[in-house]
Design a protein around this ligand. Sequence first.
Ligand SMILES: [Zn+2]
Length: 276
Amino acid sequence: MNTSSKPTLPSPKAVRFSTTIGKNKPETLVTGRSECPFCHPESLVDIVETDGDIIFLKNKYNVLTDAEQFVLVESRRCDDGIEQYSSEKLHRLFRLALRHFDRMLKNPDYKSVIFFKNHGPLSGGTIRHPHMQIIGFYDIEPETLYEKDNFVPADNPIIQRDGITLSASAFPRLGFGEFTIISDAYPLSEKSIDTLADFIQYVVRFLLELDWRENPSYNLFFYYLQDRRQLALRIMPRHPTSPLFVGYDLRIVPDNIGLLSEKLKKFILENSSRKA
Ligand SMILES: [Zn+2]
């Protein structure tokens, strides 16, 4: 596929991006200038798997030159979201997503695989319609994708069940309200995946409820920690990025991490008792 000779990149973390493909990409999240492609599932091509209204397909706009990009359309509805799904739908979604993530991790064509979700205008995404992305990189070494201190929990876990632990991040990347979910082992059992999905939904609901903005933004980032054989996940609310980070790579560590963890714990207890 990559017949042209590759220029040397300046760093092991550099990723080549095709601006020719990028400029044709639809955009519905910030300006709303394009029609939503995922609202017209009949026009989608290169579909790998469908399960009800969940569609896993190749990304039509493979902007990353040395990578293969896939999209997971979560729902038929453009205004749907993780916070709204029934348990049944939520579990089905993450079982399918993690099955494809695992399949790609095992594919020798890729050196590393990333799996993430953008939500909201400050998330860096371009399409409002709820979806996630899985990308296989031909050249990126897996250990360049995270630092070990990324998954150090602040204090005691907020909740722990079925081999899955949810904590506040001790060393947040961008600053405020970041949470980490980590598995005891990998691969995950179906029960562990369901619990992971439940924890994600709790945190997303909590963050959206806490946010004062009309259109809150967040990201989910999944990491396969090869050396520890664990799956890790960061949930990050997105605000305008701190110039200390952008300019100097300095990390903000807020002084309310403990307080926020207590709040989330209470929120989960109240919501799970409401459910029962
Ligand atoms: Zn849509």
